[in-house]
Each structure stands twice: as structure tokens, then as C-alpha cells.
Design a protein around this ligand. Structure first.
Ligand code: MN
Length: 132
């Protein structure tokens, strides 16, 4: 299978509560030819992750019900409990860009960090970094 074919089949779980941010990310994901599912908060994201077969998660931090840090910790715990060999890449997408914020994300088990606002190409690079 060609690499591009693999990329075409990427399924992204977008966990984001803000409508404008949702629309922007979805536009980028669509333009790249990936499929996606939207979760409006961390709790929905956690449940969708458990049900679905995703390749990568884009995770907002500030959300109602369950924030991105809590959701990531729960996802990593779920992977651990199920002895998952290849943990899913989780990219934090957040306006919080202080060093401490990044540390918090990494300590929660996130794989990478993208600062909002971002350009479409920034998101493309972050995704392709995991699926070259
Ligand atoms: Mn938010």
C-alpha cells in the first residue's frame, strides 16, 4: 500500500468545544483528505476514543465536563489497562503556550503540542510528523 493511501485513510478524533475552532480544524482535516469525528468535550472524546478506531487525536485543553488534560490521562490509563502496544498520538491544541502548560500536557501523556492560533500548514505538519 502506498504511503499516500495510508494517509488518505487517517481518522482523526477532534476534541474541541469552541465552534469556530471546530470549523477551522475540520476545514484543514477535510482539505488534507482525512476523515474525522468531532467530540464537543473531553468526556465525549474519551467515550468516542473507546468506541472508535482512530489514528490521532487533536485535543483542546479548556472544555466543559472534562478538560483535555483529564481526558488525556483517562485515555492513557485506558490504553494501559488494555495493554495497547502503540499508544495513539494526542496533539494538544491550545492557546495556553507557556512552558508550564506544555509540561502539563506532556506529563498528562500528550505526544505533541500545537499553539492556537495556528496556520493550516502547522496542523498538517503536526499530523504528518506521526504519519510520514
Ligand atoms: Mn476550549
Amino acid at each position: 500500500m502506498e504511503k499516500s493511501e495510508v494517509n488518505d485513510k487517517l481518522k482523526i478524533l477532534l476534541v474541541e468545544d469552541n465552534e469556530l475552532n471546530q470549523k477551522f480544524a475540520i476545514a484543514v482535516i477535510r482539505r488534507l483528505g482525512y476523515s474525522y469525528e468531532l467530540a464537543e468535550n473531553g468526556l465525549i472524546g474519551l467515550n468516542k476514543f473507546k468506541e472508535g478506531n482512530f489514528d490521532l487525536i487533536l485535543m483542546d485543553i479548556q472544555m466543559p465536563e472534562m478538560n483535555g488534560i483529564e481526558a488525556t490521562v483517562a485515555i492513557r490509563q485506558h490504553e494501559k489497562n488494555n495493554k495497547v502496544q502503540n499508544p495513539i498520538p494526542i496533539v494538544a491544541v491550545t492557546a495556553f503556550a507557556m512552558d508550564q502548560d506544555k509540561r502539563n500536557c506532556m506529563e498528562a501523556g500528550m505526544s505533541d503540542f500545537l499553539t492556537k492560533p495556528y496556520k493550516p500548514y502547522d496542523l498538517e505538519l503536526k499530523i504528518k510528523n506521526f504519519f510520514p
